[in-house]
Write a protein that binds this ligand. Structure first.
Ligand SMILES: NC(=O)c1ccc[n+]([C@@H]2O[C@H](COP(=O)([O-])OP(=O)(O)OC[C@H]3O[C@@H](n4cnc5c(N)ncnc54)[C@H](OP(=O)(O)O)[C@@H]3O)[C@@H](O)[C@H]2O)c1
Length: 249
């Protein structure tokens, strides 16, 4: 993959950081994007030469436009991984204003980040050969539950699927592939924060057929294949990566 340029949103932590490291090992120059400059700088320094930190809030059209300008200076984009996301806290009260705000937070963090970044970088995608990957979740396939993967998070991730499939149709004739990867529970990331507990972990592991949690490296390995030149016939798919927690999809 010599000299290819990859952009990984949320590339400073968790799954995104592992994806950045894997694409770097595959020979890409990797732009890692997130809101926290220090986190990105640390990840870039630890991952090694070839990782370029660019801070931006991907819910902001202005910041995404500025980011696209910086990415464009590096040349065409060969690989775009829309990995940034978050799970907003569930709102229990009957207050509709609070409910609307909570839904918008999840839609912004999981859907609009990908919509804005992908739209801004689409003109820069390598044609042919560009690769676009969306990181979704099993929550989109089987519904969310509990505080960690409630309705708005599942709905926001599911919205990515429909949009990504249309994008695959649009970009396929140019030789660009677009796929959705839907991981199950992945440990060692920041997404659950203080809401993580040993009981939650055990329940998620018990849900799998292989009896373990997923790791960021599990996801990175799958992205490495989807991003590779050899994956040019694989497009328009939603691919589960969940230890068997969801079967057949
Ligand atoms: N861990 C799991 O069990 C699991 C399962 C299925 C799917 N996923 C998905 O995997 C992806 C990565 O999550 P993770 O588990 O690795 O959690 P994480 O460590 O919290 O990573 C999320 C990343 O997204 C970035 N981000 C969030 N909002 C952003 C914004 N507005 N603009 C720019 N960057 C933003 C964060 O950086 P900043 O805070 O610095 O902006 C952070 O680096 C997410 O889409 C998540 O939904 C995770």
């Amino acid at each position: 993959m010599g000299g290819r340029v990859a952009v990984v949103s949320g590339g400073g932590t968790g799954i995104g950081r592992a994806i950045a490291g894997r694409l770097l090992a595959d020979g890409c120059r990797v732009v890692v994007v997130g809101r926290r400059t220090e986190v990105l700088r640390r990840a870039a320094a630890e991952l090694g030469d070839g990782v370029v930190p660019v801070a931006a809030d991907l819910t902001s059209p202005e910041e995404v436009a500025r980011l696209a300008g910086e990415v464009g200076a590096l040349g065409q984009v060969d690989v775009l991984v829309n990995n940034a996301g978050a799970i907003a806290r569930r709102v229990a009260s009957g207050d509709l204003a609070e409910l609307a705000e909570a839904w918008r937070r999840d839609l912004d963090a999981n859907l609009m980040t990908a919509v804005l970044l992908t739209s801004a970088l689409t003109p820069l995608l390598a044609r042919p050969g560009g690769r676009v990957v969306f990181i979704s979740s099993t929550a989109a396939q089987r519904g969310g539950s509990g505080e960690y993967s409630g309705g708005p998070y599942a709905a926001a991730k599911a919205a990515l699927h429909g949009w990504a499939l249309g994008l695959a149709r649009e970009l396929g004739p140019d030789g660009v592939t677009v796929n959705v990867l839907a991981p199950g529970y992945v440990e060692d990331t920041e997404i659950f924060g203080e809401r993580w507990s040993p009981e939650f972990h055990a329940a998620k592991v018990a849900d799998t057929l292989v009896g373990r949690a997923g790791t960021p490296d599990d996801v990175a390995a799958a992205v490495s294949y989807l991003a590779s030149p050899g994956a040019g016939y694989l497009t328009g798919q939603v691919i589960g990566l969940n230890g068997g927690a969801v079967l057949g999809r």
